[in-house]
Write a protein that binds this ligand. Structure first.
Ligand code: FAD
Length: 538
């Protein structure tokens, strides 16, 4: 019979050959009677005080019931009749004369959607406003090193989307196991290490992503898809509630199906939609700062005397502060151990921050966003004369404009020592041990709204108590962090189509259905499946 066991403990120094004997010992049965062990997940447990951290495995294995030690029976679960299925896509053999589907945006959502459509035989056209990875790298380097911004190809726009120059964390809370597995297996088939299939907190790093993403593009093309870069969606045409055509880089393309996976930085797209029949609704998001501190402080706080152990790698954290009278909730987000704080912009005169890392995660500092929720009711009316649904973007833009000016109008990141932020002073200088060299002391209270700063000033010292050794003089705040999620949702029905325009499939983070690389990729697969179903009516 096949069983599952979720609590197999092994020391940091384990070898693969140790798994079976450890399992037999734990279950009190003979090694010879256990077979076909499959590792399902692996995580590190560093919680026990005074005890060395260790690995915890979930495994499935085969064991004849008669050999099972009865004392361990309660801790075993029978493996479900079949292991988790990987999402499959039905082949479409007859397109009934319909044009090929269009996918807009080559971020994780659009890439996965195009890949699934290509596998189904639908020969999708994938268009991306920015450049391919190769050309994109140079433009992003020019921005980080010299402050030269290309509004179409940058750290947010271009092949791989916002996920390319990222930490490449593949963590997700998705319960959609078949699509999650499909997403991860696709990455592995494009060169990602197999460990991502079992690690509790899988990580790739920007350098690996830059190799994987072009391979994924090649697979789309190999299966009949077409990919066009430097091709921006400018307009959609709707006739009687049905998508009729789109305008891409000045050319009208007839299509009745468009997966819109443009990410949440494409404010021009949502502005265009706000003037179209496509229904939008406001949603909550969060803003704040990016906080950086020496990685050795984080490692020491999490791993104590075992910090630096090669099997542990660099430590991460997740910190929260609850809402209190007069203060909002605050939480850490997108932690990048051994990574770097980066400047991001997609429009001239605006600046926001984010964090990324390389696969080795071996830089001296770790960073994370510390953000505070903002609801649609918090957003002041912009009185811009434009549809009010755009006010969330205007709110973000106003903050990003202040940040750009505070950064010397040259894309330097406004920054402050935490101690100075708490004392409402501009720092005289910044700690030398930092990842962002193009940073400049600034008053973050002048950039972010007062209620956000009050919450940060109240919550950060409390939250950092969980990281003993974090010295407020050596902790740096960079700001602002404005693009943790979209301020709008493009509403869609159960068939994945816009509630008001048939043929438009809002998808991914920009449409309000994802919040990270994995959830965006899964949503791309979901959108593709809806499109495939529309070609194969039952
Ligand atoms: C620096 C950074 C680090 C991050 N780190 C992580 C991390 O470690 N883990 C994690 O899970 N998430 C991370 N994220 C978030 C993650 O990148 C996003 O959640 C994810 O990329 C969203 O995917 P998406 O496909 O929905 O949108 P995007 O990735 O934003 O992709 C949208 C694409 O659409 C294109 N586009 C926009 N408008 C048009 C148009 N008009 N015509 C044609 N193309 C268009 C854009 O150029 C872009 O390539 C990070 C984000 C950033 C910015």
């Amino acid at each position: 019979m096949r069983y599952l066991f979720h609590q197999l403990h092994l020391p940091l120094e384990y070898q693969e050959a140790d798994l079976a004997p450890a399992l037999a010992l734990t279950l009190g049965c003979n090694l010879a009677n256990i077979s076909e062990i499959k590792v399902l997940s692996r995580s590190i447990d560093a919680r026990a005080f005074g005890q060395p951290p260790h690995f915890i495995f979930s495994v499935s294995f085969y064991l004849d019931e008669k050999y099972l030690n009865q004392t361990h029976r309660p801790s075993l679960a029978l493996q479900a009749a079949a292991p988790t299925k990987v999402a499959e896509f039905t082949k479409v053999t007859d397109t009934q004369g319909r044009p090929r589907p269009l996918v807009v945006g080559a971020g994780p959502a659009g890439l996965m959607a195009a890949f699934a459509l290509a596998e189904a035989g639908l020969k999708p056209l994938l268009v991306e406003r920015g450049d391919a990875v190769e050309g994109r790298k140079q433009k992003v380097r020019d921005f980080w090193q010299k402050g030269i911004l290309d509004e179409e190809t940058n750290a947010l726009f271009g092949e791989g989307g916002a996920g390319l120059f990222s930490d490449g964390k593949l963590t997700s809370r998705s319960k959609d196991s078949p699509r999650l597995l499909r997403f991860l297996e696709t990455l592995v088939s494009c060169g990602a290490p197999k460990d991502i299939l079992i690690d509790h907190t899988p990580h790739l790093g920007s350098d690996q992503l830059a190799l994987i993403v072009p391979r994924l593009r090649e697979k789309i093309v190999e299966q009949g898809g077409e990919v066009r870069f430097l091709s921006r969606l400018e307009q959609i045409e709707v006739e009687q509630g049905q998508l009729k055509s789109v305008t891409i880089a000045g050319k009208r393309i007839l299509t009745d199906t468009c997966i819109l996976a443009t990410g949440h930085s494409a404010r021009d797209v949502y502005k265009m939609l706000a003037y179209s029949p496509v229904a939008l609704e406001p949603k909550s998001f969060a803003i704040g700062v990016r906080l950086e501190l020496p990685q050795e402080v984080i490692d020491r706080a999490q791993y104590k005397d075992w910090a630096g152990h090669p099997a542990l790698g660099v430590a991460s954290f997740r910190l929260t502060a609850k809402e209190e009278k007069g203060f909002r909730a605050c939480y850490s987000f997108c932690m990048c151990p051994g990574g770097m704080v980066i400047a991001c912009a997609s429009s001239k005169g605006q600046l926001t921050t984010n964090g990324m890392s390389l696969s080795k995660r071996d830089l001296k500092c770790g960073n994370a966003a510390f953000i505070v929720p903002v609801t649609p009711d918090d957003i002041p009316a912009s009185h811009s004369g434009e549809p009010p649904i755009l006010d969330g973007y205007k709110f973000q833009e106003a903050i990003e404009t202040k940040a750009f000016i505070a950064g010397g109008s040259d894309y330097l990141i406004p920054a402050s020592r935490l101690s100075d932020f708490l004392a409402k002073k501009i720092s005289v200088d910044l700690p030398l041990e930092r990842s962002a060299q193009r940073a400049i002391p600034a008053d973050l209270w002048q950039i972010l709204p007062k209620n956000i700063c009050l919450t940060l000033a109240h919550s950060l010292p409390q939250m950092l108590k969980k990281l003993p050794g974090a010295n407020p003089k050596a902790v740096i705040l960079y700001g602002p962090e404005t693009r943790s999620s979209s301020p709008i949702r493009v509403t869609r029905g159960e068939d994945g189509q816009s509630l008001t325009v048939q043929g438009v499939y809002p998808c991914g983070e920009g449409a309000g259905y994802a919040g990270g690389i994995v959830s965006a990729g899964i949503d791309g697969l979901r959108a593709a499946q809806w499109v495939i179903q529309s070609y194969t009516p039952t």
